[in-house]
Design a binder for this molecule. Structure first.
Ligand code: GLA
Ligand code: ZN
Length: 668
């Protein structure tokens, strides 16, 4: 794919507006020293750009844009609509959001607007009109950055009205709404559209020990869809205005990986390029970060931008450890390895005040270029400069697809029962981690994706099976594909009503099993999986009690009243195969099943050897680029199959061992 950028963008959020002018010159000097070539500006400047309802003042932004243009930086120009100006809230209190608890917010914080407020929409549209008219055509602007990290919902009366309109459009009649939500339960039948209210904490919300559950998943899931759509309309409003003035510069907004609130697959269709902010915690597994990158790449099936990462530490996590020497570099290469065309930081100069003063930045409070962080940023800057355009726009081919679906995410985590410990992303990650550890590339795929591109589709906890999905999976398998799914799959339709006739509902024929009951195991409780060769390994969380309907058993339960009954099965369907995992095996148990599957499906790892290194591939112009990354705590031998190769980053021969956070880039 052709990248929209002339080189890897290397820079990040830059807020010169928070600093006196003499600091700006110093900034530019330091940026050049560090090999920084781009800056993201104007992220939170609405109050300055528009000091009151009638006045706009672009004098400072003009200066910033002029300076960066003169100095030949690529500009990512944000629109500033991510935080409301105080005057607007004072004059029009309805622009702020009402939270899940039903509290109308006062001025403060950010990401604080009601998406359906016409006042907000009017002012946001006007501001963007001014910005687009003024700055479109500046060749240094390489990307538009709409708002910032859209998130959180609103439960105000205005949103409630908009929700009713949204429902009318979706369902047509109130009868259809009642049927979809199964409102006969607890006598919730609606006789008038205006009786429908936002399902917040004061309505259908259920607090399950801090978990946000619901009495009626049907309405709650629809409200989540509606909120995601409402914020998406805010994005589209700004995007369309920018497009009137600027016909071609890519427009994006920064996403947040597995953030639950927004259906990013739907969003990505409206974005020219996906960008996202990567803030792993000190204890986030590297495989989880890799999965997030693959998810962000999967949204459009295209390279993405890393809009933000910290060069050193965060401020908003409970424990904000420093990135260890070399860690930022390794994390940056991991990002490129999984499909990024940019490496951008939050932020370029560390804030003097506000809650982010302890957030790391390229330039620290000392202002010095002699810091560890500044030197590491400079080293990476030089390396990326010498890599040039080598990897820009490179592909990331994969034979395995893992399904990810926001409707399913919401629905699964709303369920009241069978277990509060059922976490969507954890479940997906367990499957992802297997392939990651075996160096088998993975795509994260939407449920309406093109399955035919893959040898294997993994669909763990495919709880909600929407219209057409079972048929698409049947076709995929009938044509020779391999599918793996398991417990909590095929249970409900798009409204969270059960597919009657026995679990896994529409997947029953495909899987060749019937799950009669689902046992929940509390923390500390276990069952076990027994494989025919004697291998026995623990399983936990949930246990489906299965009947074979054409499938063969690959493992049986070891304990309890269902000891000896099938737990893991395999079925042949058309020319393909379906694995069903009825419980949560430990890592070794899942590896046993996935190992068998990978072998029979013929999916190939990127290298013949086993290694604890991360190995990730991009492909461009018929050449393979393999990234070897050491995220372990110890030096690791470089696999023998790379002996004699050259590291394309340093130009040196590949060493025998790679130290912690070491990186190698090998071309084949
Ligand atoms: C988010 C925001 C930034 C900044 C960083 C801090 O990603 O987009 O404005 O607050 O977090 O980590
Ligand atoms: Zn609202």
């Amino acid at each position: 794919m052709q990248s929209p950028f002339p080189h890897i963008l290397y820079g990040g959020d830059y807020n010169p507006n928070q600093w006196p002018r003499d600091v700006w010159d110093e900034d530019i000097r330091l940026f050049k020293q560090a090999g920084i070539n781009s800056a993201t500006i104007n992220v939170f400047s609405w109050a300055k750009l528009q000091p009151d309802e009638e006045t706009y003042d672009f004098s400072e932004l003009d200066e910033i844009v002029e300076m960066l243009s003169r100095e030949n930086f690529d500009i990512v120009l944000a629109t500033s609509t991510g935080a409301l100006p105080a005057w607007m809230v004072k004059r029009y209190p309805e622009v702020t959001r009402v939270d899940f608890e039903g509290r109308r917010h006062k001025f403060g914080g950010r990401h604080n607007h009601c998406p359906n407020s016409l006042v907000y929409q009017k002012f946001a549209g006007r501001l963007v009109e001014q910005l687009a008219r003024r700055y479109a055509g500046n060749p240094h602007i390489v990307c538009w950055h709409v708002s910032n990290e859209y998130n959180t919902g609103c439960y105000c009366e205005n949103c409630e009205k908009a929700f009713r309109v949204w429902l009318r459009r979706k369902y047509g009649t109130l009868e259809a709404v009642n049927a979809a939500w199964n409102t006969e339960f607890w006598g919730h039948t609606f006789h008038d559209w205006d009786e429908i209210v936002a399902p917040n904490a004061l309505s259908e919300g259920m607090d399950f020990g801090g978990l946000r559950k619901t009495n009626f998943a049907g309405i709650s899931i629809d409200y989540d869809r509606f909120l995601s759509d409402s914020l998406l309309e805010n994005y589209k409003l700004e995007r369309d205005i920018i497009r009137k003035y600027d016909p071609s510069t890519p427009i994006t907004t920064n996403l947040m990986g597995t953030y639950k609130g927004l259906d990013y697959f739907k969003w990505a269709k409206e974005m020219d390029i996906v960008s996202w902010d990567n803030y792993p915690a000190y204890n986030t597994p590297w495989s989880y970060t890799a999965m997030c990158h693959d998810l962000m790449r999967g949204l459009k099936g295209q390279p993405f931008m890393l809009m933000e990462q910290t060069p050193s530490q965060q401020n908003w996590q409970p424990y904000n450890s420093l990135k260890r020497p070399g860690q930022m570099r390794a994390q940056s290469y991991q990002t490129i390895a999984h499909g990024a065309d940019t490496v951008q930081f939050f932020q370029l100069r560390r804030s003097k005040g506000g809650c982010e003063k302890f957030h790391g930045a390229v330039i620290s409070h000392s202002g010095s270029s002699e810091t560890r962080v500044f030197k590491e940023v400079s080293q990476l800057g030089a390396e990326l400069q010498s890599l040039g355009t080598t990897l820009l726009g490179a592909d990331s081919p994969a034979e395995v697809g893992i399904l990810f679906d926001w409707d399913n995410y919401w629905a699964l985590e709303y369920t009241s029962g069978p277990s509060v410990d059922l976490k969507y992303c954890d479940q997906i990650h367990q499957y992802y981690r297997y392939f990651y550890n075996r160096h088998i590339p993975v795509d994260m795929v939407p449920v309406d994706g093109d399955f035919s591109r893959y040898k294997v589709i993994a669909a763990p906890v495919l709880y909600m099976v929407k219209e057409g999905v079972a048929e698409a999976l049947e076709k995929f398998v009938a044509d020779g594909g391999t599918l793996i799914t398991g417990f909590m799959s095929g249970i409900v339709d798009q409204s969270d009503n059960v597919h009657l006739g026995g679990y896994p509902g529409p997947l029953r024929k495909l899987c060749g099993v019937w799950a009669e009951e689902i046992d929940a195991l509390a923390p500390g409780q276990q069952n076990s999986l027994r494989f025919p060769d004697g291998f026995t390994t623990p399983c936990s969380l949930l246990c489906d009690i299965l009947h074979l309907e054409g499938a063969e058993a690959l493992a049986h339960y070891g304990e309890d009243f269902y000891a000896g009954t099938p737990a893991v099965t395999r079925n042949h369907f058309g020319s393909g195969t379906v694995y069903y995992v009825g419980t949560q095996p430990d890592e070794a148990g899942l590896a046993r099943v996935l190992g068998l599957l990978a072998e029979t499906a013929g999916v190939r790892p990127l290298l013949p050897e086993e290694t604890p290194l991360e190995v990730t591939r991009r492909v461009k112009d018929g050449k393979e680029y393999l990234f070897l990354l050491n995220f372990t705590q110890a030096s690791q031998p470089v696999p023998a199959s790379f002996a004699g190769e050259t590291d394309r980053i340093t130009g040196s021969p590949v060493p025998e061992t790679l130290p912690p956070y070491g990186v190698l880039l090998i071309r084949r």
